[in-house]
Design a protein around this ligand. Structure first.
Ligand code: ATP
Length: 212
């Protein structure tokens, strides 16, 4: 009894500071994931844009630049030292092995950058927008996943308007991505974006504030 009593007199251990909950936000081409991400920022939550950051990192991270040049040649960067997206795309097009090796270099650099970003965040919910959440199994590192999806025809038309691509061009990109039915099975929450922007914002708000 004595011992029990003395133990209960010990000061309580300080509670560890809880780390933020990471919510993965994904969707195929033209699904509207970036539009949803912007709404989420308007609601006051930080969003990490993986694809945008990847485009910056290939130019900013010297170690990564050296590795890319080693894999693809000096021409991977133009005369101004900037990543030559077209050269790289042509080089890895139809060369699965080379694309895989390139991804093995770029993805860990983005992961490190994301981890640095997470450390700086102070909100209890933070979002990671990425086209490849399920493909790279990044959902396993998230508290919850949100999939934005819409009917194929609607997505194709939206991308045709945005990027001035042909119907067939958008369709062929879509066909190379993970099928929607597989993503729907893996997602914790689904935002159907067949509607107007006002409804999309309302739906997004409901999904975000319902996360427990
Ligand atoms: P990607 O992976 O191709 O970058 P995404 O999933 O990020 O696409 P967005 O860029 O958000 O998709 O949306 C595609 C296009 O459709 C954009 O021009 C966007 O403004 C428009 N859009 C998205 N949702 C709606 C909507 N509900 N009503 C009208 N236009 C929309």
């Amino acid at each position: 009894m004595e011992e029990l009593h003395s133990e209960s007199q010990q000061p309580a251990e300080p509670e560890p500071l809880s780390s933020p909950k990471i919510i993965g936000l994904t969707g195929g081409i033209g699904s509207g994931k970036t539009t949803v991400a912007k709404f989420i920022e308007e609601f006051g939550f930080p969003v990490y844009y993986s694809d945008e950051r990847a485009k910056e990192i290939v130019n900013d991270n010297e170690d990564l630049k050296a590795k890319i040049k080693q894999l693809l040649g000096e021409e991977a960067y133009d005369e101004n030292g900037l990543y030559d997206r077209k050269f790289v795309a042509d080089k890895v097009f139809n060369n699965k092995d080379l694309l895989e090796q390139l991804n093995l270099i770029i993805h860990p650099a983005v992961r490190n950058d994301f981890e640095d970003w997470v450390k700086k965040q102070t909100k209890y919910l933070i979002f990671k927008e990425t086209a490849l959440l399920f493909e790279l199994k990044l959902n396993k590192e998230c508290y919850k996943s949100i999939l934005v999806t819409a009917e194929d025809n609607i997505r194709i038309k939206r991308v045709m308007d945005r990027d001035s691509k042909t119907y067939r061009e958008v369709q062929s990109i879509m066909e190379k991505q993970m099928p929607e039915k597989d993503k729907i099975k893996l997602a914790d929450c689904i935002i159907y974006n067949n509607t107007n922007l006002e409804d999309l914002k309302e739906h997004t708000e409901k999904v975000v504030f319902d996360i427990e």
